[in-house]
Design a protein around this ligand. Structure first.
Ligand SMILES: Nc1nc2c(ncn2[C@@H]2O[C@H](COP(=O)(O)O[C@H]3[C@@H](O)[C@H](n4cnc5c(=O)[nH]c(N)nc54)O[C@@H]3COP(=O)(O)O)[C@@H](O)[C@H]2O)c(=O)[nH]1
Length: 817
């Protein structure tokens, strides 16, 4: 209540004085007029008493009011002092508080900010006072968030809470939590002002994130450690570690590269991080050589320094320019590279990439280093295990696999053989008179000799073969994939030849020869022990047979192989010696009975073995690489004979010549055929080229281009053995096929065999459906011919008409018809 001015007191006192005087004068006059004189003293005494009572009552009321007023005033003074005290306490607290404290009036304008607000915002305190968030120019989203919460606190009188991010004065985004406390006003009603207490949680949040990141990394480390114990080899280990790092620790990519000792390039051996990782590694090369720019990145530096290198801002590091294009595109912002050590040497590096800068805190780096250390430990373990395994599986003198490993590989080869069939061979080799070398020159020279023998054996075998030293002067050779016994014989011959030249050791020339026994699977056994034992037995036969030779386990096999090899060498100049000749078999039009063509079939008239069928020697010629030469002779001879028939009944008839696959692979085939035709003045229609269906199906590029050049030369093709192999007939459209020849095997059973009936009649229909002529071979009986005629077959060939005859004989045969 405000103090009353002095004139007011004067007015009250004056009024009281006037009223009192008027009362005294007036009441006396009234008594003098109205009351008897004898009552006057009494009445005046009563009147005086009444006046005193009335003024005493008034005084009492006034004094009471004065006392109350004084009490109220002193209460207000106390409250004010308390308020001032609180205000001072608040401001002193707020001024030194670590939180950001501000007060807003009902219009949401700042009325107070503490120094932390000004520091955080990077503007003076005065800027804030009397202004709203919008007037201070904050982002619209932030203004809306704040004003919304301030209004709620003000209007509902209830505390509000909000979190927000804002760039601090340093420009870095910070994370805050604010509490808005309504002040003044009725409880539960609108507030007079709102106090905002804001806490900067950036550090807290970051440390929480760091704790989470570390616990995730610990989990990844422990998973990687388990994998390190389980991994079977270093590549499984590398892949697992990279995968665990990217799957479980928030890294974008991880790769492990090993230094290539010759070039110092770091070749990635394992990586994880999806397609992005692959693209990055495809684009980026890394070197351990400090002179190269590619050796200046994190991995190169880590390898050179033999310590972890971190590029926390990979995209901003000037040394990382060669990799930055790819890293920016693929989202890698920070990199750490740790060297990997094995056997005390740096052999490569583990590199990990994060999607944000400042990922690699000291703790994270420590964990990654620990992991790299564990990988190095595992590599040492593998090395030791590999060494132990190596020792268990190898012969220490020659470095070749030992008997145990050989038997293991033999078992594997036998397992494959059981599934897929085929053939394999074991060669048991014993060095003749090796003991003499040891006795004469000592064991050291003996060991050197064994080492050189091992090298020569490796030189004559294929990668898939196994050469093993089984002990002493004995070696075993496993040939897991051979086509025939001859293949094994050829390897044995190569071994004999390889060991034939002397070994220069101990200043002298040493000669050792081998005795080799050969066993074959399945002929000589289907178990490893049996095959080795039988090869051993065969080796003794070779020794008893005079040493420096090979011997098969069974005598018939020895004979067969000898014959085959003899045939191979006999064929080498059979045509030069005039031992090859052609037989010609007529091809007859079934409807008219006219001879419409001739097939040329080669024979070998051997000086000792007589006439040899092409069925026997053509495969040998094919396998020994002689078919192209022999085939060329056949083509030339067929052309010569065709020209010779000019004046006979066979004039103008095409001669069909068989071609082998190897001939079709030659790019000069068409050229050679045209040269022979030209030499005898024949048109290209004088020759037809027979080839089996399978040749069209294994249309390799050389075969395709040969077929195309034959097509361009106007030569016609005949598909031999039609129906025996394949079902896709697309090739018939692409190449100039004139005729399809039904295989003799489908004709043999005609007309009784129902399968042959169905097959041959279907093939005839199929050929006609394709608008091609069809010829049946192997026709021996009138019944077969009748069936073929009935089913519309165009031509026939077979003993029914004539066996293959010499050129002059066939001309006479044709003349007679
Ligand atoms: N790459 C080359 N292959 C050739 C060549 N010459 C022949 N050959 C192929 O050798 C296989 C065997 O030929 P051959 O022993 O001459 O047998 C042919 C005919 O004599 C035989 N034939 C003919 N009529 C009958 C018959 O009525 N009954 C019967 N049992 N056999 C008969 O059929 C063979 C014809 O074969 P084909 O080529 O399928 O027409 C053989 O595969 C020849 O292809 C050559 O120069 N190069």
């Amino acid at each position: 209540m405000p103090p009353r001015p002095p004139w007011q007191a004067l007015t009250v006192a004056g009024t009281y004085a006037v009223a009192g005087l008027l009362w005294i004068v007036g009441s006396d006059a009234l008594l003098a007029y109205a009351a008897p004189a004898e009552w006057l003293p009494t009445l005046q005494a009563l009147k005086g008493m009444a006046f005193i009572l009335a003024t005493a009552g008034l005084l009492y009321v006034l004094l009471r009011r004065l006392a109350r007023y004084q009490a109220e005033v002193s209460e207000q003074v106390r409250e004010k002092a308390a308020l001032r005290g609180r205000q001072e306490a608040f401001e002193s607290l707020a001024e030194h508080a670590p939180d950001l404290i501000a007060r807003f009036d009902r219009g949401l304008r700042y009325t107070y900010v503490n120094p932390r607000v000004s520091e955080a915002a990077g503007r003076p305190r005065a800027d804030f006072l009397g202004r709203t968030h919008a007037e201070l120019g904050y982002e619209p989203a932030l203004v809306a968030l704040w004003d919304n919460h301030l209004e709620q606190a003000r209007d509902q009188g209830e505390m509000q809470q909000l979190t927000f991010r804002m760039s601090g004065s340093s420009g870095r985004q910070r994370f805050y939590e604010a509490r808005l406390v309504p002040e003044g006003g009725e409880a539960g009603g609108p507030a007079e002002s709102v106090l905002a207490i804001t806490r900067d949680l950036t550090e807290l949040q970051e440390s929480q994130q760091r704790v989470e990141q570390l616990s995730v990394l610990y989990a990844a480390l422990s998973a990687a450690n388990q994998m390190i114990m389980r991994a079977a080899d270093r590549y499984e280990l590398f892949e697992s570690v990279c995968r665990i790092l990217t799957d479980q620790s928030g890294l974008e990519m991880a790769w492990i590269g090993l230094i290539e000792p010759q070039t110092q390039w770091v070749a990635p051996r394992a990586w994880a991080g999806g397609e992005r990782a692959e693209r990055y590694l495809e684009r980026c090369r890394v070197s351990a050589d400090p002179r190269r720019p590619e050796g200046q990145g994190p991995v190169g530096r880590a390898l050179q320094a033999e310590a972890t290198v971190v590029f926390d801002d990979f995209l901003g590091a000037p040394e990382a320019v060669p990799w930055q294009g790819a890293a920016r595109e693929l989202g890698y912002s920070a990199v750490a590279a740790c060297p990997l050590q094995a056997g005390g040497e740096v052999i490569g590096a583990l590199a990990v990439y994060a999607g944000r800068t400042d990922f690699f805190s000291d703790e994270v780096v420590r964990l990654i280093e620990e992991l790299a250390g564990d990988v190095g430990y595992a590599l040492d373990r593998f090395e030791l295990e590999e060494r132990t395994r190596y020792l268990a599986a190898h012969d220490l003198v020659t470095g070749l696999p030992n008997r145990a490993q050989m038997l293991d590989r033999l078992e594997q080869a036998l397992t494959r053989w059981r599934r897929f069939g085929g053939r394999l061979a074991v060669l048991f080799l014993d060095l003749d008179r090796f003991k003499g070398v040891n006795d004469a020159f000592g064991h050291e020279v003996g060991d050197q000799l064994l080492q050189e023998v091992a090298q020569r054996l490796l030189g004559v075998t294929r990668e898939m073969d196994t050469v093993c030293r089984q002990g002493g002067d004995e070696f075993l050779l496993l040939l897991p994939e051979i086509d025939s016994a001859e293949d094994a014989a050829q390897v044995a011959e190569k071994v004999v030849a390889a060991l034939a030249s002397p070994f220069c050791l101990a200043g002298t020339e040493l000669v050792v020869t081998p005795s080799i026994g050969i066993s074959l699977c399945p002929e000589d056994g289907v178990e490893a022990d049996t095959l080795v034992r039988n090869a051993d037995t065969a080796m003794y036969s070779a020794k008893h047979g005079g040493r420096n030779r090979y011997c098969f386990f069974t005598e018939p096999m020895n004979r067969r192989v000898q014959q085959r090899l003899e045939m191979e060498s006999g064929l080498r100049d059979a045509e030069r010696r005039g031992e090859l000749e052609l037989g010609y078999q007529p091809q007859v039009d079934i409807a008219s009975g006219a001879v419409v063509g001739v097939e040329a079939l080669v024979r070998w008239r051997h000086p000792r073995h007589g006439l040899i069928s092409p069925a026997n020697f053509i495969p040998v010629a094919e396998e020994s690489g002689q078919i192209a030469r022999i085939g060329d002779w056949v083509l030339a001879e067929a052309c010569r004979q065709c020209a010779a028939w000019r004046e006979t009944a066979l004039a103008g008839l095409p001669v069909a010549v068989n071609l082998s696959a190897a001939q079709l692979g030659r790019s000069d085939l068409a050229e050679g055929i045209l040269r022979h035709l030209e030499a005898y003045g024949l048109p290209s229609s004088a020759l037809q080229l027979e080839m089996t269906e399978g040749l069209f199906f294994h249309e390799t590029e050389p075969v395709r281009s040969t077929l195309q050049s034959l097509q361009r030369s106007g030569l016609q093709l005949v598909v031999d053995d039609f129906g025996t192999g394949y079902s896709n007939l697309g090739y018939l459209k692409r190449f100039p096929v004139a005729k399809l020849k039904i295989d003799e095997s489908f004709v043999r059973g005609l007309p009784e065999d129902t399968e042959d009936v169905v097959i041959s009649s279907t093939l005839i229909r199929m050929a006609h459906g394709l608008r091609l002529r069809v010829i049946a071979e192997g026709v021996e009986t009138a019944e077969q011919l009748a069936f073929l005629r009935e089913h519309g077959c165009d031509e026939a060939q077979g003993f029914y008409f004539s066996r293959p005859l010499a050129g002059a004989d066939l001309a006479r045969w044709a003349q007679r018809r």
